[in-house]
Design a protein around this ligand. Structure first.
Ligand code: AMP
Length: 183
């Protein structure tokens, strides 16, 4: 099963991703985690990406798309993938459609976690990550609305989107996700 998890920053994507990949036994691919690993290792990609991440801006599509293209070739992706934090722009979504079609993979579902802004800021401020200061958070929310929301429309046209209320109890939310996935 190949799934995309979409949701605003601080919307609980990471928490739900862990639960989903454990149950479905598919590879969890978080571009945010991959980028943070590059930053930790001080790779060239990490250094470049960090300039964007610390401002709350998106890392350029070309860097992200080639990183994902390589990752999707790994053996653990054969069983299915859970994409967390990717795609984040329409260009990334279109590139992913092509990568899937080349690899004869099918996209089964786009899980769209919906959480109101108030709860997001509160959660992000309590998380304390390097890119979780108030100014960056505000920018990440703006970027999500302007650049990431359009991918929902793209996948709605393909009938793949399931809206999930992302506020409230963690287990209730994963229960709702498994229900729409037929699991
Ligand atoms: P996340 O952990 O998914 O919230 O990602 C943290 C930061 O990494 C984001 O604010 C972006 O700067 C960058 N990032 C992660 N995934 C992507 C992506 N698919 N496209 C562009 N930038 C990304």
């Amino acid at each position: 099963m190949n799934i995309i998890l979409v949701g605003p920053p601080g919307g609980g994507k990471g928490t739900q991703a862990t639960i989903i990949k454990d149950k479905l036994k598919i590879a969890h691919i978080s571009t945010g985690d991959m980028l943070r690993e590059h930053i930790k290792n001080e790779s060239d990609l990490g250094k470049e990406a960090n300039e964007y991440i610390k401002r709350g801006d998106l890392v350029p599509d070309s860097l992200i798309i080639s990183m994902i293209e390589e990752r999707l070739k790994d053996k653990d992706c054969e069983n299915g993938v859970l994409l967390d934090g990717f795609p984040r722009t329409l260009a990334q979504a279109i590139a992913l459609d092509e990568l899937f079609s080349k690899a004869t993979k099918t996209l089964n579902a786009v899980i769209n976690l919906i959480v109101d802004d108030e709860a997001l800021v509160k959660r992000l401020l309590s998380r304390g990550r390097a890119d979780d200061n108030e100014e960056t958070i505000r920018n990440r929310l703006v970027v999500f609305k302007s650049q990431t929301s359009p991918i929902i429309e793209h996948y709605k046209k393909a009938g793949k989107v399931f809206d999930i209320n992302g506020s409230g109890d963690i287990e209730a939310i994963s229960g709702d996700i498994f229900k729409v996935l037929g699991q």
